[in-house]
Design a protein around this ligand. Sequence first.
Ligand code: NAG
Ligand code: ZN
Length: 306
Amino acid sequence: MAQKLTNVALLALPALPLAGAWGSMGHYTIAYIATSFVSSDTQAYFQDLLGDTSSDYLANVATWADSWRYTDEGGFSKPFHYIDAMDDPPSSCDVDFERDCPEEGCIVSAIANYTNIMLTPSESTASLEVAAKMLVHFLGDIGQPLHCENLELGGNGIDVTYDGEDTNLHSVWDSDIPESITDGSSQSVARTWASSLVSAIETGGYADLAGDWVEGMDVTESQDQAMIWATESNEYVCTAVLVDGVQHVESTDLAGDYTDDAQPVVKVQVAKQGYRLAKWLDGIVEELSKGKGRSKCKPRGKGEEF
Ligand SMILES: *[C@@H]1O[C@H](CO)[C@@H](O)[C@H](O)[C@H]1NC(C)=O
Ligand SMILES: [Zn+2]
């Protein structure tokens, strides 16, 4: 009973101190960007799998993984939201899979695992659905620099002030900086932000970069791919998040110049991960359709049993 009450109380808290994920708004935005760029086959596949034919089918599941991790059933997935890079920011940043991804898993192994599950048509619908929700979420989280950093639990242990309020550095990057760009945190605010980032990708400031963001992407090499994303994200811990050291963030109100400097990093990371998510989901659906073609056309070899 006491256990139950504790769980309920935890779930009722709007912002857990160790919640650790782009806030909901960041995840919604990434999902809406992806929704704009997926192919019609991908849209049909995921709308069917998720049982949601609305245009919000990805956004509606984008934060599910952050609730599931606090349930008894989903508790094992807690370490899947980050990788604890044991580097030394701001003087040196790097991610090393062997060193930083423990036996219990990390965001890199989780992206590989749930991608592989999606590519296995014999998996149950229920497990494909979980895998889809996890990928929509983790391709977002991996773009948050402090999800790819060990120092002080990804900055959760670094006490800071934002606009006069006590908070921690992780939370500032999850929510305060994104919400300083949009001036809100609702799903509809996210939809509007997403459409402006979609324009930037299509014809604006990101148009020349978007091709590079998805260069060489291959859903059958998912661990290597996730390592590239994690490494890129972690690099921002040295060049942006802690560029002037821990003491600087502890002694400055971060709502000022720090946020002005951080906003472009948050924008590009959200845009990038939204675009990558679209191409990742497309890659999965293309791979599945190849598999279907193969099994239909492949002549059955002698002695091959089914
Ligand atoms: C892969 O995902 C399944 C389903 O959630 C989970 O049971 C398993 O522990 C995961 N494996 C790894 C290596 O993350
Ligand atoms: Zn998360």
